[in-house]
Write a protein that binds this ligand. Structure first.
Ligand SMILES: *Cc1c(COP(=O)(O)O)cnc(C)c1O
Length: 431
């Protein structure tokens, strides 16, 4: 990609930042989608992370084992399918700040949310409400509303929605805690995002969990946009449960296996209502096919079916990359990379664009959400022009472009290229 800005002092600064980046080599671990003879500037890891080069080999190994071993692959290979998902347990536990007992890779995000709510949303006539945020992701909203109905309550009365103050896009921790203090005794369960998908706001999980638990609420977090993006300490933060998918910042591929956290204090609560299946059954008796279900301790006790080996294999390579890089180092680069993007876009604020994402690095991950100050139709044309010029970011109606410079594979040079391109498009009124 070449543009008039390519030789500017700005590009020289970006190149220096890249040379000094201790994580720069990680980019070579990934396939970068092509744009003509060059590669795209891929800023869409919040939607689907890029493919690590090693993943194909690992998936192929399993296909070859299947071809060579048939059913024996369950027992006889170097990574027996029977216990295949256990290969990711330690890595996931490190990423979310949990004990291995507290995490499991299984299903996909929304399914896991349903399984968690089956156990952790137990409404009573006095305490039947479920708190979410007003702009919750559609799937989460459908899931919680259907759970409320399934228990014989009505979402009109039982679904409580947190809205930002008038004129604000983000929620304030103090406002959330004030609402919990006011209404907490009627709220059974709280479900909030670790990072909000639309604004990129990072929630203060520790503070909000503490406020909610003081009121006797059960607290669950949707970490779709938080895992692999921001540091997490779910055990110490006293979170009851959490769910996530692995195809965004975890780079485990479309439809990859999701995951779940259940705090150790619930590990042996075998009386909790739960949907059972043979994979949640005690391992040493699982194949005796006992009539009576006896759940495994910890998060594994919420499994139902035997997990897809092909959906799990990519997560193994992905977690190896996180261990190689280390989350603290990734976070340091992320704060610098996103801060750099913000600084370069600052001259466009507020007349040409508005940044919905909080300015405080502690209150965001890598994503910046940009509201283009144009009509929706013009804003959409600008997003389309970005795409034609090789910049992959995404579009949310009516006027928001979400851009995520991912520390695992994006560069300061790409951030500068994007800023130059967007500035040019916003200056030029003829797209
Ligand atoms: C990406 C995302 C999902 C996706 O749900 P699946 O069950 O994996 O299809 C759900 N909720 C949020 C908040 C998301 O960002």
């Amino acid at each position: 990609m070449t543009s008039p800005g390519m030789t500017s002092p700005r590009m020289a600064t970006a190149a220096t930042l890249d040379r000094n980046d201790p994580l720069a080599a990680l980019r070579n671990e990934f396939h970068l989608p092509a744009h003509g003879n060059a590669t795209t500037v891929y800023l869409c890891g919040h939607s689907l992370g890029l493919a690590p080069k090693r993943t194909a080999r690992l998936v192929n190994e399993e296909l070859e084992r299947w071809a060579a071993l048939g059913v024996e692959g369950h027992f006889a290979s170097s990574r027996p399918w029977l216990a295949y998902h256990e290969a990711v347990t330690e890595g996931l536990a490190r990423l979310v700040g949990a004990e291995p007992l507290e995490v499991v890779a299984m299903n996909s995000l929304t399914v896991n949310l349903h399984l968690m709510l089956t156990s952790f949303y137990r409404p009573t006539p006095q305490r039947h409400r479920l708190l979410i945020e007003k702009r919750a992701f559609s799937s989460d909203r459908y899931a919680v509303a259907s759970q409320i109905r399934q228990r014989g309550f009505d979402p009109v009365e039982s679904l409580l929605e947190l809205a930002p103050r008038d004129g604000n896009d983000c929620l304030d921790t103090a406002d959330i805690c004030a609402l919990l203090e006011r209404e907490g005794r009627t709220i059974a369960t709280v479900v909030l995002p670790g990072v909000q998908y639309l604004t990129g706001q990072r929630f203060d999980i520790a503070a909000i969990t503490a406020c909610a638990r003081r009121q006797g609420c059960v607290v669950g977090w949707d970490l779709a946009h938080a895992i692999g993006n921001t540091p997490l300490q779910l055990h110490d933060w006293d979170v009851d449960f959490a769910v996530w998918c692995s195809y965004k910042y975890l780079n485990a591929g479309p439809g990859a296996i999701g995951g779940c956290f259940v705090h150790a204090r619930h590990a042996r609560e075998f009386d909790l209502p739960r949907f059972a299946g043979w994979w949640g059954q005690l391992k040493h008796t699982r194949f005796d096919m006992p009539e009576q279900f006896t759940a495994l301790e910890g998060a594994e006790g919420w499994q139902i079916s035997n997990p897809s080996v092909l959906a799990c294999a990519p997560l193994i390579t992905s977690l190896e990359l996180f261990d190689k890089a280390s989350m603290p180092a990734l976070r340091r680069k992320s704060v610098a990379l996103t801060g750099y993007l913000e600084a370069l876009l600052q001259p466009l604020v507020p007349h040409k664009l508005q940044i919905l994402t909080p300015a405080d690095p502690d209150a965001r991950g890598c994503q910046l959400s940009l509201r283009l100050q144009r009509s929706s139709a013009e804003a959409r044309r600008i997003h389309e022009a970005l795409g034609r010029h090789g910049f992959v970011c995404d579009w949310r109606e009516p006027d928001v472009v979400r851009v995520a410079p991912v520390p695992m594979y994006n560069t300061f040079t790409e951030v500068a290229q994007f800023a130059i391109e967007l500035t040019a498009l916003l200056d030029d009124s003829s797209h």
